[in-house]
Design a protein around this ligand. Structure first.
Ligand code: GLY
Length: 393
């Protein structure tokens, strides 16, 4: 495996150079959009435009991905100290506080993505007034989605939505750090009890014996009976959607920090081994891991960026030794592939990471930059360069 500690001709590591380029991209897109505009979930013809979702005004703070934009700006500020990024991130964090107060588009489980990357980070980095209370408020809303009879947090829709009631998606475990944060902040064990139960059921029903994952699973909301697996963005109900697998790797590893007795690192490594074994020679995953490498189908770079963070997190939590070195090398290998094949650069691309896919079957954001791909690419680079770890939050 190649490692990114190679010093290039300019005397800096490849990750440091990639980080410089990523920060420059972020700076230019921020300048193009303005501080208070939230970009779309993905780029449009390789550049971000103000988001237009659900009839909200252009650039409004709606949807599940706006926190990845604010999160990138906070990371950018934490890494490089850029004042315009801090000012924009602060302004956007205020918008998240208002969003919670006004109850705008919060009927889903993605409150963890939205509030950990905006408000929890703002509180951690500079104690922004209102950010702590908003993070706790968001956690209470997430806890409100817990179905005690089923022992899971419902992922999508209102709690009386017959289609979505009792449905869980693998991505959901990435939102649980919000509950762990709230358990610590409030001392209330209900937050971590719900996280533990959700993880147990996810591990039992969404992870297959060989270490691949179902995208979604339906439980009886009242008595918890396991009903059936399904997919939303994958190739088929029994395929392995690449980004779902990546969410699983990083999600189990992050939760291991908070619930070490559950041995979730074992799940994270099994999922990681499966993911790595399915990669094509260029190391950029196809959007579904079940697709043949020569199918001509698009790659999803965002899955690799998330997986790289997950591999770094696994390595950080393993004791020193060969296994730890193996997962760290695998993370660096993925990062090298991403910087080589996918790094965006103005003027042709405004994103940090090209070649992502949002939803192939719906023809949404195919071969575009994605806000989450950009965020996790930046986070992985920042982690390798020693600027950031989510364990700080
Ligand atoms: N969590 C939704 C997605 O990854 O598209």
């Amino acid at each position: 495996m190649v490692t990114l500690t190679i010093i290039n001709k300019t005397g800096i590591t490849m990750t440091a150079r990639a980080l410089q380029l990523a920060l420059r991209q972020l700076e230019l897109t921020l300048a193009a959009l303005g501080p208070d505009i939230f970009p779309g979930d993905t780029s449009t013809r390789q550049h971000y435009l103000p988001r237009t979702l659900n009839g909200a005004p252009p650039g409004a703070n709606v949807g599940w991905t706006s926190g990845f934009w604010t999160g990138q700006l906070w990371l950018g500020h934490a890494i490089g100290g850029q004042a315009p990024m801090k000012a924009a991130a602060e302004q956007q964090t205020s918008s998240f506080i208002a969003r919670l107060e006004q109850g705008v588009d919060l009927e889903h489980h993605d409150l963890g993505f939205l509030y950990m990357l905006s408000c929890a980070t703002a509180h951690h980095l500079h104690g922004q007034p209102g950010a702590h209370a908003a993070t706790l408020g968001a956690a209470r809303r997430l806890l409100g989605r817990f179905l005690p009879g089923a022992g899971v947090i419902q992922s999508w829709g209102t709690m009386d939505d017959v289609e979505q009631r009792g449905r869980v998606i693998i991505d959901g475990i990435m939102n649980l750090p919000l509950l762990h944060w709230a358990a610590r902040a409030s001392g209330e064990t209900a937050f971590s009890d719900a996280a533990r139960s959700h993880l147990q059921r996810t591990r039992a029903h969404l992870v297959r014996p060989g270490g691949s994952t179902y995208h979604t699973f339906h439980f009886d909301a009242e008595n918890g009976a396991p009903l059936r697996p399904s997919t939303h963005q994958g190739l088929a109900d029994d395929s392995c959607w690449a980004r779902g697998q990546a969410w699983g790797i990083y999600g189990f590893a992050l939760n291991h920090r908070h619930l070490p007795d559950m041995q979730l690192l074992d799940d994270a490594t099994r999922l990681a081994d499966y993911f790595l074994a399915q990669l094509p020679p260029d190391r950029i995953a196809l959007w579904d891991l079940s697709l043949p490498h020569d199918s001509g189908e698009p790659r999803d770079s965002s899955a690799c960026a998330i997986a790289a963070c997950g591999l770094l997190e696994i390595a950080e939590q393993l004791p020193p030794g060969a296994q730890r070195q193996h997962y760290r090398s695998a993370a660096l290998d993925l990062l090298e592939a991403l910087t080589q094949h996918c790094a965006g650069q103005y003027p042709s691309c405004g994103g940090l990471l090209r070649h992502g896919v949002y939803h192939r079957a719906a023809d949404l954001g195919v071969d575009e930059a994605t806000l989450w791909g950009d965020y996790y690419y930046l986070e992985a680079l920042a982690r390798v360069e020693g600027h950031w770890t989510p364990a700080q939050l």
